[in-house]
Design a binder for this molecule. Structure first.
Ligand code: FMN
Ligand code: SF4
Ligand code: FES
Length: 646
């Protein structure tokens, strides 16, 4: 425990709260009142400071789990592949009653009678390409057959790995070693294959030169927003007096995205080398890798990699005799999608609830971790740094397209025959090539209905839409072309021009068997569960949207519902502290706009008057006819009249 506390500055030992909670839970099975008080005393905090973490982070429990704890992913790609059936069959096999929560949140812990098993639904485990997945204890199980869960329970060691050899349309830099049978994660294998040569080169370069190479490369962040990396780095003042921090964002939790986990598991030294070069360039003497709690194996792999690198003097004191000292620490999250948002992540790293901060003034590069300048970059982004040093910024910029340079990993899941990860030159592959050539096309007899191109937050694209896309030429001029979904180049600018975004590179494919109300409801459940709750429009709106789509799905849709859904979305986007607001509003806004007939067909009942509190949505679902005039006993109705909406 003291070693964990020592990873943070003395005056910020509160940061050790999450690590200590993990220790406690691993040892005692759950966080008791005694645990809360003990950890608070250890960190000179009040018990409430610890209790608020236990209730915020989904991975912490206040009651015992079973001897074997199972987490089943219920998010979109897994749900499409049958994860609800996996849950049902597991429950039956283990002998568990489904637990119903009045608030209809899904992740209640159920423990069976003999205490041997417990089970809960969780959100995307960053393995959507091998859906459906679940975790048994700390082990991830991929491609679970819903009808063979008995085998899963009786042989829990048999986690399947899915090595994937490169497709001819791929251009592998970052994923060069991923999925290779003869590749090992130890440092000797890495060094034998040219590893850490770029760190050796970087420490002989000036910091300004490295930042300039980054700027020349045109590298845009791979975490979601696509912000130019070199520009972000140049916000750090060369004569900065405060400590500078680098944070590697390894929270990978955007549904549909599953690339960072592979890098961490299969090529940890590539990431570490990227981090160390970046630390040198930024003059950051401490880096934290914030890794999501659901990657326990990844955290161990990285810890091991750090110790190996230390033995070779790649980190620690006086790195490679350059006079530069640097430490890299692993910090595990504990569930909660919002920890991926960079300021929420920083709050979490400071040992608090992951409440995003308002920007401005809290831009991390200015007021970040411990109010010091901080650069937050995604795992994949940091790996690119190593290759930019190897190739030089100008050569790297020749990969891809103008303003969309380099390679990126695109993750394909959903209704395709060969889901998986593909590293492409940005924009060199079209959506059609990605789906039909690389990901094996649709299932026999099926037609493409829609694509969510950049993680579940991205606006959905309809298969039969026409898109007007401006293509930037190398001489700086632009040409506008009208194109089908199949022709859209997989790059940042084209997907933005198509009205969506490249986001985190998670492409979810939907075929014509999919019910769009069901699909949106699954997405809405994710956001309703994951809102941090600070902003009223997001906290309430995300839940309302989910309740409405769920009611529509259950036969209680009223004619006003599509408009109400849109209005709620419109009133969230742009009115919140962080971009989660847009992330939760965009799916609803775009699904309702692009599939009006499907939503209308689920919204046939007449609009009731403003609902009295006791008139819950179940009644809307169960009753064939809905009264459209106010009942006399409800004072709210008299005030509102009968023209109101739900
Ligand atoms: C709701 C939300 C969730 C996010 N989740 C992640 C995530 O899981 N991983 C990630 O790298 N970035 C995530 N981001 C983006 C980060 O805030 C940040 O922009 C990114 O880590 C910066 O790194 P990059 O410039 O290398 O992309 C998220 C953003 C939002 C608004
Ligand atoms: S938008 Fe949502 S997730 Fe972001 S701070 Fe507000 S409530 Fe939290
Ligand atoms: S791992 Fe289940 S949806 Fe991503």
């Amino acid at each position: 425990m003291d070693e964990a506390i020592g990873r943070y500055p003395l005056e910020h030992k509160r940061s050790a709260a999450l690590p200590l909670l993990h220790f406690w839970q691993e040892h005692f099975g759950f966080i008791s009142d005694e645990g809360v008080k003990w950890i608070a005393a250890k960190l000179d905090l009040q018990p409430i400071n610890i209790l608020e973490l236990v209730t915020f982070y989904p991975m912490f429990r206040q009651q015992s789990a079973g001897k074997t704890h199972i987490r089943v992913c219920r998010t979109l790609s897994c749900a499409m592949a049958g994860s609800y059936r996996v849950m049902e069959n597991l429950r039956e096999t283990i002998g568990l009653e489904p637990k119903i929560d009045n608030h209809r949140m899904h992740n209640l812990l159920s423990v069976n009678a003999d205490g041997n098993y417990s089970i809960e639904f969780v959100e995307c485990l960053a393995s959507c390409g091998t859906a459906p997945v679940c975790m048994i204890g700390e082990t991830l199980h991929e491609n679970v057959d819903p009808n063979s869960v008995v085998d899963l329970i009786s042989n829990p060691q048999s986690a399947i790995r899915n090595p994937q050899s490169p497709h001819p349309l791929e251009h592998r830099l970052i994923f060069k070693n991923i999925g290779c049978a003869d590749w090992k994660t130890d440092i000797d294998t890495y060094i034998d294959n040219g590893g850490y040569e770029q760190l050796k080169k970087a420490v002989t370069m000036s910091r300004v030169d490295i930042v300039n190479e980054l700027k020349t490369s045109g590298l845009r962040g791979r975490g979601g927003a696509g912000f130019p990396c070199g520009v972000k780095w140049s916000f750090i003042k060369p004569d900065e007096k405060k400590p500078i921090y680098l944070i590697c964002n390894a929270d990978e939790s955007e549904p549909g995205t599953f690339k960072d986990r592979y890098i961490i598991h299969e090529d940890p030294h590539q990431l570490l080398e990227g981090i160390l070069i970046s630390c040198f360039a930024l003059n950051a003497r401490t880096a934290y890798i914030y890794i999501r709690g659901e990657f326990p194996e990844g955290a161990k792999i990285l810890e091991r990699a750090i110790e190996e690198a230390r033995k070779h003097n790649f980190l620690g004191k006086n790195v490679l005799d350059s006079g530069f000292d640097v430490e890299v620490y692993i910090h595990r999250g504990a569930g909660a999608y919002i920890c991926g948002e960079e300021t929420g992540l920083i709050e979490s790293l400071e040992g608090k609830r992951a409440y995003p901060r308002i920007k401005p003034p809290y831009f991390p590069a200015v007021l970040g971790l411990y109010m010091c300048p901080t650069i937050v970059n995604n795992v994949e982004t940091l790996c690119h740094v190593k290759h930019i040093i190897a190739m030089g910024g100008a050569k790297y910029a020749q990969l891809g397209r103008p303003n969309n340079t380099g390679t990126r990993i695109v993750c394909v899941s959903g209704d395709v025959q060969g889901p998986g990860y593909f590293e492409i030159e940005v924009g060199a592959v079209t959506m059609g090539q990605l789906i039909y050539e690389m990901a094996g096309g649709l299932k026999p007899g099926r037609m493409l209905k829609a694509v969510i191109p950049g993680g579940s937050s991205a606006k959905v694209l309809r298969a039969d839409e026409r898109f007007k896309i401006k293509e930037r030429q190398s001489d700086g001029s632009t040409i506008e072309r009208e194109m089908s979904i199949d022709e859209i180049p997989m790059d940042f600018d084209s997907l933005t021009a198509a009205g969506s975004m490249a986001g985190s590179g998670g492409v979810i494919v939907l075929d014509d068997s999919r019910d769009m109300v069901w699909t949106l409801n699954n997405i809405n459940e994710f956001y309703a569960h994951e809102s941090c709750g600070q902003c009223t429009p997001c906290r309430e709106g995300a839940l309302w949207m989910k309740k409405i789509t769920e009611r529509m799905l259950n036969g209680g849709g009223v004619v006003e519902d599509p408009r109400t859904l849109k209005t709620i979305g419109d009133n969230i986007a742009g009115r919140t502290i962080c971009a989660f607001g847009e992330a939760c509003a965009w799916p609803t806004q775009s699904f309702v706009e692009k599939f009006p007939d499907e939503f209308a067909s689920r919204a046939a009942k007449p609009v009731p008057p403003p609902l009295p509190p006791e008139y819950i949505s179940d009644e809307l679902t169960e009753r064939e006819t809905i009264p459209t005039t106010a009942l006399a006993h409800d004072p709210g109705w008299e005030k509102a009249g009968s023209a109101g909406t739900i």
